[in-house]
Design a protein around this ligand. Structure first.
Ligand SMILES: Cc1cc2nc3c(=O)[nH]c(=O)nc-3n(C[C@H](O)[C@H](O)[C@H](O)COP(=O)(O)O)c2cc1C
Length: 192
């Protein structure tokens, strides 16, 4: 078994971020992706991209139904290194912040937090209300990495793919997974 990363894609706008992450991790040696799509993620994938959910599920080492609370990843005994939720809806953020594990994505995040594993959340909503901010602050104080999809423009991005890769690169940095998606400040050798 390689390094096991649980990836949850929820029904916030920005399905493309989750898809690109799954695509990159599929080609990263030593990484196993265990993937869950929420029902609304399946819908945003259809609405926002040319993919169908089955394409994305096929990129993963294992995938689970979001209602399957008996899935391996719902237990702390499952040896995952951590979890990435990208994009994360405000509903999922609220569920995690309240410990209300009504589906597998929220349960797996709850477990990852209690096991003190790395959790990265890429929230997507704008503007953010005080409810959203309070939930995110609570998670941040618990050690969750709150990583909004806010691109840097110092790399002079030319395409949507450049913007998406910037955020996916930041996620991989947080997880300590090597990649070549970001032109780093001060590094003239990499293109975007
Ligand atoms: C096209 C579309 C875009 C949406 N974008 C967002 C969003 O950016 N942020 C958000 O919090 N909810 C968004 N929603 C609403 C969520 O899908 C909804 O709250 C859902 O219950 C989330 O459930 P989930 O977190 O289990 O996927 C969007 C819904 C649709 C249909």
């Amino acid at each position: 078994m390689g390094r096991v990363v649980i990836v949850g894609i929820t029904g916030a706008s920005g399905a493309v971020y989750g898809i690109r992450l799954a695509e990159v991790l599929k080609d990263t040696p030593g990484i196993e992706v265990h993937l869950v799509l929420s029902e609304w993620a399946k819908e945003t994938i259809r609405i926002e991209t040319d993919y169908v959910p089955e394409h994305i599920l096929a990129m993963a080492h294992a995938c689970y139904d979001n209602q399957d609370m008996a899935a391996a990843i719902s237990s702390g005994s499952f040896p995952a290194e951590g979890m990435i939720i990208v994009p994360a809806s405000m509903k999922t953020v609220a569920g995690i912040a309240c410990g209300f594990s009504s589906n597998l994505i929220i349960r797996a995040a709850d477990v990852s937090i209690k096991e003190q594993r790395k959790v990265i959340i890429v929230p997507r909503e704008t503007p953010l209300s005080a409810i959203h901010l309070e939930n995110l602050l609570k998670l941040s104080r618990l050690g969750v990495s709150v990583l909004p999809a806010i691109p840097g423009f110092y790399t002079r991005p030319k395409t949507i793919e450049d913007l998406v890769d910037h955020t996916v690169g930041k996620i991989l940095d947080q997880f300590g997974i090597e990649h070549n998606l970001i032109k780093r400040w001060g590094d003239e050798t990499k293109g975007t």
